[in-house]
Design a protein around this ligand. Structure first.
Ligand code: 5AD
Ligand code: SF4
Length: 556
């Protein structure tokens, strides 16, 4: 028997578990936090990338250092994703490699997998020292410290308790303090940063684990969001991407706002009903809507040259948002709006609450307000009972909407979701694979035409860094030492090589419409990173534009 410390919204307590093996774990060699080196690897979505940045900013403030080399670390953290089984398998394989860990090493699993698997994960893999759900990330430093000092497993999860309370405002929302305490130095970014506007999700699409791992949808006070944008602009950021699972559902009710300890608290979102009867909901209330939030940031933080937001939900997307986008030169004409399927029958089973015709009408409306807008989407193929006919409707919707790119996923049954309980995963793997490839081919044709239409034009590109051709599968997230996992693993940033030996570096960046542009720069090109530069496009592939700096193209 031994002790496991558990931190929950009901306070902390210790449980005794009998089956753990701890003899291999020896914390004696662990240095003080000032000298500890952390390796943090991030899986999954932008929300996870932001969480990793906040955790690392917290640990840095306490004196931790970060390393790119797992073997060099005293603390190994995986910030995990549960959306598909494949994402979880990757983490399990990393954890498997660490089974015979060196004495003194602390291993932590953060994020959605920790929340979903809970203590089961530690039971199966007792070499994990720290488990921390996405709603408890402010506790990471304490968990690491306690793991070192008490030699017991440290677990901080929300469980389902946070869904039961009507409002988060009753208690101080510690996670809000984590966002508020964010520090970013000019060296920590490449001109771009994420800002969270909502956390969690209330949609309950039947296939999706997010409402269970990230909890109820919570909306941050608009002043906090605007102040964070100002702080980031002061640190040299010129592009901000606002993050939320369904950003267009953002609404903050000032009349219901509560402060705890002088800090205004986030609010649980009003849910879909408020949008179905929008006028009735808004009548007599003093609120900040998503459109008003966008306008405030655009007007109050003009140093932000590009303002984007992900992810939008295809319903409840008001004309007011489109009007603000059309009026505001610094709001990118780009929307990521997952369609998921083109079959009304499948959309209903997914609980998406719109039809394919409604989705297409939404796209028509967007194009009317924002000519030249770039759209991106997500699709799931092989959802239970999906027939060839259903799938053909998905291809039709894709052809109609002409997305600049789409993320296509094979349905993956997720424990805890409605779909896994209600529907058999009955589409054979072979059919899923065929539909996945077929849809990719349809998208590729559309992407190719869109990208080719850019050839000859000069576009503004926000330079992100050395192109992935040079980086071989890794993107620098600004904070060195934090890694975003993509296929491949070799890390090699272009400007880390001695500048003298490099005459030309291939740089990569994005247009306002989120098209990827690759071009050559003299020397290391480091001085262009984080800046917006004009690039003349000379050729295109389905997902990439190639060009040269406009002054070079003009022979200046
Ligand atoms: N299986 C496959 N894809 C999924 N997604 C979410 N849950 C699942 C699942 N169980 C996809 C959706 C979503 C994206 C982030 O991941 O397309 O938009
Ligand atoms: Fe998941 Fe649906 Fe919420 Fe997106 S809107 S996070 S797919 S439940």
């Amino acid at each position: 028997m031994f002790n496991v410390a558990v931190y929950s919204p009901h306070g902390s307590f210790v449980i005794r578990i009998s089956s753990f093996v701890i003899s291999r774990i020896n914390y004696g060699a662990m240095p003080q936090s000032r000298q500890r080196k952390v390796y943090l690897e991030t899986f999954g979505c932008q929300m996870n990338q932001l969480d990793s940045q906040l955790v690392s900013s917290q640990l840095r403030a306490l004196g931790y250092h970060f390393t790119d080399q797992r073997d060099d670390a005293d603390v190994i953290l995986f910030n995990t994703c549960s959306v598909r089984e494949q994402a979880e398998n990757k983490v399990y394989s990393r954890l498997g490699e660490l089974r015979d860990k060196l004495p003194g090493l602390v291993i932590g699993v953060l994020g959605c997998m920790a929340e979903r698997d809970g203590a089961d994960m530690v039971r199966r893999m007792p070499h994990i020292d720290v488990l921390c759900g996405p709603g408890e990330l402010d506790k990471v430093p304490a968990l690491i410290d306690n793991a070192v000092k008490t030699r017991s497993h440290q677990i901080a999860l929300q469980g389902n308790t946070h869904r039961r309370s009507g409002t988060l405002s009753a208690a101080e929302d510690q996670l809000e303090l984590l966002d508020l305490s964010r520090s970013l130095s000019p060296d920590d970014h490449s001109g771009s940063a994420y800002v969270r506007i909502t956390r969690g999700c209330n949609k309950f699409c039947t296939y999706c684990v997010v409402p269970f791992t990230r909890g109820a949808e919570v909306h941050r006070p608009p002043d906090h969001i605007v102040d964070e944008c100002k702080k980031l602009a002061d640190a040299g950021v010129i592009e901000i991407t606002l993050l939320g699972q369904t950003v267009n559902h953002y609404v903050y009710d000032h009349g219901a706002s509560i402060s705890v300890g002088g800090v205004r608290q986030p609010q649980v979102g009003p849910g879909g009903a408020a949008f179905k009867q929008r006028d009735a909901y808004l009548a007599g209330r003093h609120v900040t809507t998503f459109a008003q939030l966008l306008r405030r940031i655009h007007e109050e933080v003009p140093a932000i040259k590009r303002l984007r937001f992900v992810t939008s939900y295809p319903r409840d997307f008001g004309d007011d948002v489109l009007e603000v986008m059309a009026d505001s030169p610094r709001i990118c004409k780009y929307l990521h709006v997952p369609a998921q399927s083109g079959s009304d029958r499948v959309l209903k089973l997914m609980n998406r609450e719109y039809t394919a015709a409604e989705y297409c009408a939404f796209v028509d409306r967007v194009r009317k307000y924002l000519p030249g807008v770039m759209l991106a989407s997500d699709f799931i193929v092989g959802f239970p009972t999906e027939t060839d006919e259903d799938f053909e409707k998905t291809s039709e919707l894709m052809r109609y909407c002409r997305f600049k790119n789409s993320f296509i996923f094979k349905y993956s049954p997720r424990p805890g979701t409605v779909a896994i309980d209600r529907f058999e995963d009955d589409v054979p793997e072979e059919a899923k694979r065929y539909r996945n490839n077929h849809l990719l081919a349809v998208q590729s044709e559309i992407s190719k035409a869109i990208h080719e239409s850019m050839v000859g034009r000069t576009v503004d590109v926000l330079v992100e860094g050395a192109s992935s051709h040079e980086q071989k599968g890794m993107r620098d997230l600004g904070n060195r030492g934090i890694r975003e996992s993509t296929p491949g693993s070799k890390v090699e940033l272009g400007w880390e090589k001695p500048a003298a030996t490099r005459t030309v570096t291939q740089l990569s960046g994005r247009t306002e419409g989120d098209l990827i542009v690759i071009f050559d720069a003299a020397g290391s090109g480091e001085e262009l990173v984080g800046r917006i530069v004009p690039v003349t496009i000379h050729s295109a592939k389905p997902l990439t534009l190639f060009g040269e700096l406009a002054e070079q193209a003009a022979g200046v």
